[in-house]
Design a protein around this ligand. Sequence first.
Ligand code: AMP
Ligand code: MG
Length: 414
Amino acid sequence: MPTFQPSRPGERMIPVEEAQERVLAEVQLLGTEQVVFTDALGRVLREDVRARFDVPRGDNTAMDGYAVRADDIANAPVSLRVVENLPAGTVSKKRVEAGTAIRIMTGALMPDGADTVAHVEITDAGSEIVTVNESLNRGTNIRRRGEDMHAGDVVLADGTPIHAAEVGVLAGVQKPVVRVGRRPSVAILSTGDEIIDVGDEMAYGKVVNSNSYSLAALIREAGAVPRMVGIVPDTPEATIAAIESGLESDYVISSGGVSVGAYDFVKEALDTLGAETRFWQVAMKPGKPVVLSRIRGRLYFGLPGNPVSCLVSFLLFIAPAIRKAMGQTTNLLPPIVQTRVLASLKSRGDRRNYMRVRVMARDGELVSQPMISQGSGVSTSMVQANGLMIVEAGVTAIEAGSMVPTVLVGPVQS
Ligand code: AMP
Ligand code: MG
């Protein structure tokens, strides 16, 4: 019968920050590919995108109204002769001479001679003759040429993650095809003799594989492509074979089998495969056993089997790695904010504890509602949780109302 796993010489439990640094130090930038800009959402830009022309192309009106000369309306109210009607997209052939105005719609280029737009609200909206009732400073209501983008300027820098605003700018500079980071493929294997799959018949003592699916979802959310390797029985041979098959992807993630149990074979399998292991244990709860290894040029992440530990360690270590691999250069780690905790909390104090909370904006500050159960096996405690409240080692109680640093892993709720 196998025995408990012995601890290894030189093995050290490292702080979370050090583990994050070691992970990011191991991540290499993946290659690039070109995609149609409408497919670039969620990708990372891998070229500098420059404006090809000034945007706007020329001075134009920000308001519907009348293109006038500021001097003409200095003694408003004043009546001006309307010499032309200018919808957006048309270019005036006339000039605004003293005593005249051109009716102009938002976005239309400023006609020669005019230096100000009298917005319709301060006029009588006349067609032949318009009365302007107020004077305006020269330049009022004019959007200047190049105010948005100057020809030749980098408007989106290499390394920018592409969200909605970036898609809009790509469209605005007429960039139909754009170079982005390749999406990494990530193999997922779930170890455990007790694990059955979603479609299998339930039996007493069995546990449904939820980790593979929540990990796949997190991988997609991070912009990568998950690949299911499946459920792996707790034998050294099966573990080795599954890891080898995982190595066809850019990264391999396993859940379970990294602890000190007699049937935790991941470490042994990694040794057999000649993996260079960077760390085995991180000083955190949930998720103390977390493995980072390099095997045949690939990165291997061994996460604990407990569903909460598995997700928390993905968010702290693997999501940043995926961002870096795709080309993101800043904001790799999830942000840490101060939140006011709404209920008192107890912690064992032996290790830094990442307690699941719901972070909400309330009365101008961020507040955190701790999840009722904080057990690392309680998968439902992650539902609606968007924060991991950091309770440091040595701290055993947190008073309701105190401010506590909290890792934001999802959008703040209202
Ligand atoms: P281990 O890290 O292998 O010791 O597993 C720790 C706990 O996580 C055990 O109670 C397992 O039943 C549970 N577990 C392991 N793998 C999974 C999985 N794929 N889905 C859900 N729970 C799991
Ligand atoms: Mg196990």
